[in-house]
Design a protein. Structure first.
Length: 268
């Protein structure tokens, strides 16, 4: 019997075998160098060897590029070496599924017939920005019976104040087509940092500065199940980092002419 290994470096690092407690590193200064030892430890403690790994699921972000790339490169190398199936999945979409499970456990979900929970999933993008997406409740089922979270605002990066404006506009449009009470929960890393701005969201519900991958073995299973469902719907989706921010490096502009002097031009 094979095992499913999950690797994510979108916020610190999380490494674990589905069904077991993951190993989490929150120190951004050391999480990359501890990635490979933690993978070996997680597989060994679960009673497996590298040849037993049949699926590698890796978080593709969105997240700052350097740490994110380390996790994806490691996952690709491991899948190549072991022959395991490689699946990449973003870290925002599973937040909607986990949010409903979180509310259900706290008995605050309410009656789906009269209340509808939307999830604003976020991750800290630094530079005073957030990665985000606004999801409809994944209570509906597709033809295969798998839960799907429909994006009302597709994954993007923006400043918190602009996110609030975009979310309010999207929720007003959504509310015009239903008579149910709507609440918007903000879930993910960066929620606490930008809480003052995010409180401008109309119909605001819960705010939780936590990720699905912070939830131990349960969170690992939720993330993996969501990834497998997405992979089944789009098996050819590339496993590449979702950085979203434009590159810092720019092609330099030609030097300006000085007093009409042609010698100011760049030459090869």
């Amino acid at each position: 019997m094979g095992c499913t290994l999950v690797i994510d470096t979108s916020y610190g690092s999380t490494v674990g075998v589905v069904g077991r407690e993951p190993i989490v590193e929150t120190d951004s200064r050391t999480h990359v160098e501890r990635l490979q030892p933690n993978i070996a430890k997680a597989v060994t403690e679960a009673g497996f060897t590298p040849r037993d790994i049949d699926t590698v699921i890796v978080g593709t972000g969105p997240a700052p590029f350097t740490g994110l790339r380390a996790g994806i490169v490691t996952a690709k190398a491991l899948a190549f070496a072991t022959g395991a199936t490689l699946i990449g999945h973003d870290i925002l979409q599973p937040q909607a599924q986990w949010n409903l499970i979180r509310r259900s456990g706290a008995e605050t979900l309410g009656d789906p017939g009269t209340r509808h929970v939307l999830t604003l999933a976020v991750n800290d993008a630094r530079r005073r920005q957030l990665y985000f997406a606004l999801y409809d409740s994944p209570l509906g089922r597709d033809a295969d019976g798998a839960a799907e979270a429909r994006p009302l605002i597709a994954m993007d990066i923006d400043y918190p104040s602009s996110i609030v404006e975009r979310v309010n506009e999207a929720v007003r449009d959504y509310a015009s087509g239903t008579d149910r009470d709507i609440v918007v929960d903000v879930i993910g890393h960066g929620t606490a940092k930008y809480a003052d701005a995010l409180r401008g969201i109309e119909r605001l519900g819960d705010m939780d500065d936590a990720s699905v991958l912070d939830q131990g073995a349960q969170g690992l299973s939720i993330f993996a199940a969501d990834a497998v469902t997405a992979h089944g719907n789009s098996p050819q989706a590339p496993v590449e980092p979702l950085y979203l921010r434009r590159p810092d490096a720019q092609v330099p502009a030609p030097l300006k002419h000085v007093l009409g002097h042609e010698g100011a031009e760049r030459r090869d």
